[in-house]
Design a protein around this ligand. Structure first.
Ligand code: BGC
Length: 757
């Protein structure tokens, strides 16, 4: 049931920080962790946080030994002004879930209406009894808006009820010394510049310490009950206090409207903050809730997946898709952070996670949003060009391994900058967009430029070896437990694909957009001879293969390394990255995540199934899945090689990864790449979907314990609905013109309104 996607029925203090992640509300622009409005006692672990996508501060990076090309500064998505605080007093007793008595409690995530709802029936230490119902939402319709509806029913007392609603800059980022997945420079990085008010709207404006960005939060509160209204200001925040005389049975309702604006997107964030706040105040919570519902109806229309026969997994699937929506930016200034807007893990950075793991979900359900994600990369191309020069490439662009503002901020280059495949990953997303939407105009305006510029750097990294083979040395592939190697199979294969598509793009532009091609050629100073060189390199690309083992070694020296004894490694030593020096890990054959196996998923090409199987079983034995990006790919490829049991086992680990806190760090935020990977495991894995050269293929193969799966994909302007049981598949063309597809190797023509079995 989408309206109660997840529920918490009991207060378990040790689970609080994880639940703050699971119950966060976000809309791609702002994210508010699911902390209680009233706060928690100091001894209870809570990570209270509110984030604005791409709103960050910088910190100078200190290296004892600094080499050329090392990034200058780190970037960190900031915990911004807190607007979730509301305190409640019944006469002199303060409401808290941690004192008095909880008669009943429930918190739910309603993914149909886009709200998180909390209901508490509470008796104070002195016996005052209330039912508190709180609804909160980050509006999808007005991205700057975070709203709370706060409703108190007084059951048995007469007296004074005080509600204090505030906004405060008393916030800070967390930091960790020994976990590379967290930042090291926490603390408070916001200076208050101004506190102001206009017509009952309060504003708090802050500036970051180093990056020079400003954020504004405006707040207004609406209460229909007659009340005494007061204001209190401190140096770091402002509160509105409502004092109401209540009788038994009275119901008090406060609506809180908070609006976030920032100098990244607005020239006058303060003015905009007041304007938007006035608008949503006038609309009221009810109308904003109706707009939220409308937005989500249209989201679920194409995105929903139905699994018959597995309620737990069904929930996980919908939860994950909803989280992806909450995480995805819809503007050109930002992208999708590894943890979305749910927490501070990976400091709000964007990685290849977006393009390789999350992108297909949006591409096949919401192509407009998918295009927007590419626009972020296009808009940061200049930064990538600058980075390429820093890395001694005289032409082209090198995208940063991790970033917020487009500059590289990965301080540990072996598993950072060395991952040159970030370029091919972004290019691959562009190619997919082109194939799936047929949007050639996008290629002419933006896409081809990304392809040519990313290809240039890889061409420069590689060279033609004595035997004529094109080789790429000293890079790191996706598997971060193996670094700085020669001829990583994944990198070489995806580069080959990129080079080939540069040729296709050039030819397509020459034929259909000659003027645009001329403009582009002049802008980046590229000629066909360079494209022809790429093509030559693609034909000569060296792809490592071991004849004896009949597998693709992950790279040239991979098989020479000692195999890590995973069976005899104590459980508490995982993830390995927290317990062993990187060099020790690099000396072994051990993988954090799929690399060659992932390459087979993305670009199966002409590789025979037997070899794909060999690779699968070889790498499976030495993979720890220490990265959350791992099990989804193993599930997809297990489906591909017909190993249904493995496909399901890996899938169940992915589908409930955050709901069951399987990585043990959900308190630091959701794992968006795994969530996207889960979608791919349903559609590409169990649905057996592939697309190639403008052609769609399906070969469903669903787990034995499921009765059926049903999903939709948007492809070249059509909407297709696929329903597969263990024995049959029904494909309907719900929207768009007739189209040919392949189902289990049979060519079928889908006509509008017709059902094909
Ligand atoms: C993975 C990377 C990933 C990053 C952010 C790391 O643990 O190894 O592939 O990009 O997490 O999710």
């Amino acid at each position: 049931m989408k309206s109660r996607l997840i529920a918490e029925n009991q207060l378990v203090p040790e689970q609080l920080a994880v639940n703050e992640t699971l119950f966060h509300v976000a809309n791609g622009y702002i994210g508010v962790r699911g902390s209680f409005e009233e706060g928690v006692p100091a001894e209870v672990k809570s990570i209270r946080g509110t984030y604005i996508n791409a709103f960050y501060d910088t910190e100078k990076l200190h290296y004892e030994e600094r080499y050329t090309g090392f990034p200058d500064y780190s970037q960190c998505m900031l915990n911004v002004i807190d607007a979730q605080s509301i305190k409640l007093y019944l006469d002199d007793e303060e409401f808290s879930m941690f004192n008095g008595r909880i008669v009943s409690y429930q918190r739910t995530l309603d993914a149909e209406n886009g709200t998180v709802n909390r209901t508490v029936h509470w008796v104070s230490p002195q016996g005052r009894e209330i039912i508190l119902t709180v609804k909160r939402m980050a509006s999808f319709a007005v991205k700057e808006a975070f709203l709370i509806s706060y409703h108190v029913k007084c059951l048995n007392f007469k007296g004074l009820l005080n509600i204090i609603s505030n906004i405060t800059a008393d916030v800070s980022n967390m930091s960790a010394e020994f976990d590379p997945r967290l930042g090291t420079s926490g603390g408070n990085r916001l200076d208050v510049s101004r506190i102001n008010s206009r017509d009952d709207i309060f504003s708090l404006e802050c500036k970051t310490r180093n990056s020079g960005l400003s954020a504004v939060c405006t707040m207004s509160n609406k209460m229909d009950n007659s009340s005494k209204r007061m204001t209190a200001e401190t140096s770091r925040g402002v509160s509105e206090i409502f004092e109401v005389e209540v009788e038994s049975g009275d119901e008090i309702c406060l609506e809180k409207f908070a609006v976030y604006t920032d100098s990244v997107r607005f020239e006058q964030p303060l003015e905009e903050g007041f304007r938007i706040n006035r608008e949503i105040y006038q609309a009221g919570f009810k109308q904003m809730a109706a707009r939220q519902r409308q937005y989500l109806d249209s989201f679920w229309k194409n995105a929903d997946i139905t699994i018959e026969g597995d309620a737990e997994i069904q929930n996980g699937i919908r939860f994950n898709m909803y989280q992806l929506l909450q995480s995805a930016s819809n503007d050109k200034y930002s992208n999708i952070a590894a943890k979305g807007l749910s927490g501070e893990g990976y400091e709000g950075h964007y990685f290849w996670d977006t393009e390789t793991y999350i992108y297909p979900f949006f591409l096949f359900t919401n192509p407009g949003l998918a295009k927007n994600l590419l626009m972020f990369r296009y808009n940061t191309l200049d930064g990538a060009r600058k980075r390429a020069r820093e890395m001694a490439h005289s032409k082209g662009a090198l995208f940063p391994w991790r970033t917020i503002n487009g500059d590289e901020c990965s301080a540990y280059f072996p598993s950072g900058t060395a991952q040159y495949h970030i370029n091919t990953d972004i290019a691959h997303a562009v190619i997919q967009y082109w194939q799936v939407t047929g949007d050639t105009q996008f290629m002419a305006d933006f896409g081809a430029e990304i392809l040519f510029e990313t290809a240039r750097v890889l061409y420069d990294v590689g060279h033609f070896r004595n035997d004529g083979k094109f080789v790429i040395n000293e890079v790191t592939g996706p598997d971060e437990y193996t670094a700085c190697v020669n001829n990583n199979y994944y990198t070489n294969l995806t580069t080959q694909h990129l080079f080939e598509y540069c040729d296709s793009a050039w030819k397509m532009l020459k034929q259909s957009f000659p003027a645009a091609l001329d403009r582009l050629a002049e802008k980046i100073n590229i000629v066909f001879e360079e494209i022809a060189e790429f093509k030559k390199a693609a034909c000569a690309m060296y792809l490592p293969f071991d004849k004896k083992l009949q597998i693709h070694p992950q790279d040239d020296s991979f098989l020479e390394r000692k195999v890590w004894d995973l069976d005899n490694t104590p459980k508490e030593k995982f993830p390995l990255l927290l317990h062993y020096h990187p060099l020790h890990i690099y000396r072994h054959q051990v993988c954090k995540q799929p690399d060659t196996v992932l390459a087979h998923f993305l670009l199966e090409g002409q590789v025979p199934l037997e070899i794909i199987k060999n690779d699968y079983y070889y790498y499976e034995k030495i993979t720890t899945h220490d990265s959350s990006l791992s099990t989804c790919i193993f599930s997809i490829m297990a489906s591909r090689i017909g190993d249904k049991k493995r496909a399901y086992d890996y899938f169940s680990k992915t589908a409930r990864l955050d709901l069951d806190n399987l990585q043990g760090n959900t308190e630091h935020g959701i794992h968006t790449a795994a969530m996207g990977g889960m979608w791919m495991a349903v559609v590409f894995g169990f649905g057996g979907m592939r697309f190639n050269g403008g052609q769609l293929y399906f070969r469903p193969n669903i787990p034995d314990c499921w009765k059926s799966i049903e999903f939709k994909v948007v492809y070249r302007g059509r909407v297709l609905q696929i329903k597969a049981t263990g024995t049959d598949t029904i494909i309907k063309l719900l929207d768009g013109d007739a189209i040919n597809i392949y189902l289990n190797d049979k060519l079928l023509k889908l006509e509008p309104e017709e059902v094909t079995v």
